[in-house]
Write a protein that binds this ligand. Structure first.
Ligand SMILES: NC(=O)c1ccc[n+]([C@@H]2O[C@H](COP(=O)([O-])OP(=O)(O)OC[C@H]3O[C@@H](n4cnc5c(N)ncnc54)[C@H](OP(=O)(O)O)[C@@H]3O)[C@@H](O)[C@H]2O)c1
Length: 253
């Protein structure tokens, strides 16, 4: 399989039932990948599966996965290993959102945010490494956030989410070091605040014409991921997407 093409690659995507994860799954299938759709809501995954089937004729595998639950991560990893003959791409997209607020967070919220983004992402990646190592061109892609960058402003996010996204950036950097000298790349994309859109939407079609000052959208992240995946194998990208609206530096009043 040529390294610059996505055709035929098995791509595991977490949080694939909605939002950016669904946009990634549909776009990777459009590019010829065989997506494996993971997430908590089978109903949402089934909806993404139907879109992929209609657009490409590909029938993606659906895997129940709660990243905040170690037993679920273990079971999902086993099902993925049994249901595929190797994994070429793992997209660590799933993460629980928690907005900043004045009132205290429950233990469940804090543990959910940290365990989904950090513990669950680490355990899933670790469990899928043997399957990735069987690929001729294995890639791990971590969807971080501008909230996870050094010295990022807190903006509207909660401290647990901010900390979890910093830890996710550290996971990606740690994997890059751990896997140096092996064929596995650890790619990172840090999006700003995004407008939600899916391939086929009017907003998706219009997205490339957005003027400076507009918010970024899912399509911008998908294109950054595909760009990174299709670079020569000697190159590993860590991409920060920025925008004036919802970006790293809050706009001056
Ligand atoms: N939207 C933005 O403005 C923005 C900005 C920067 C970074 N990001 C990052 O982009 C990624 C995708 O987010 P999004 O934009 O689609 O919005 P989102 O509302 O933050 O979606 C989170 C995704 O993660 C999944 N998820 C949450 N908890 C999970 C768990 N315990 N186990 C498995 N999956 C879980 C959700 O699926 P279910 O709830 O259906 O299970 C959903 O697909 C996240 O990593 C997010 O932090 C988003």
């Amino acid at each position: 399989m040529p390294t610059g093409t996505l055709a035929g690659r098995v791509a595991v995507i977490t949080g694939a039932g909605r939002g950016l994860g669904a946009a990634l799954a549909i776009s990777l299938a459009d590019a010829g990948c065989r997506p494996v759709l993971c997430g908590r809501s089978i109903a949402n995954l089934t909806a993404t599966q139907a879109v992929v089937r209609e657009r490409t004729g590909i029938e993606p595998l659906l895997i129940a996965l709660d990243l905040a639950d170690a037993a679920s991560v273990e079971a999902a990893s086993r099902t993925i290993a049994d249901g595929t003959d190797g994994v070429d791409i793992l997209i660590n997209n799933g993460a629980m959102w928690l907005e900043g607020r004045e009132t205290p967070y429950s233990a469940e919220e804090v543990l959910g945010v940290v365990n989904a983004a950090v513990s669950g992402t680490f355990l899933l990646t670790q469990a899928l490494l043997p399957a990735l190592r069987r690929s001729a061109c294995p890639d791990i892609v971590t969807i971080g956030s501008i909230s996870g960058l050094p010295n990022a402003a807190l903006q509207s996010v909660s401290v647990p989410f901010y900390a979890a996204k910093h830890a996710q950036a550290a996971l990606a950097d740690g994997f890059r070091q751990m896997l140096a000298g092996t064929p596995v790349r650890s790619i990172t994309v840090h999006p700003p605040y995004l407008d939600d859109m899916l391939p086929g939407d009017e907003a998706w079609q219009a997205s490339p014409q957005r003027a400076k000052g507009s918010r970024a959208g899912n399509r911008d992240v998908v294109e950054a991921v595909i760009f990174a995946l299709t670079r020569p194998r000697s190159v590993t990208l860590s991409i920060t997407l920025d925008a004036d609206d919802g970006g790293l530096f809050p706009r001056q009043a």
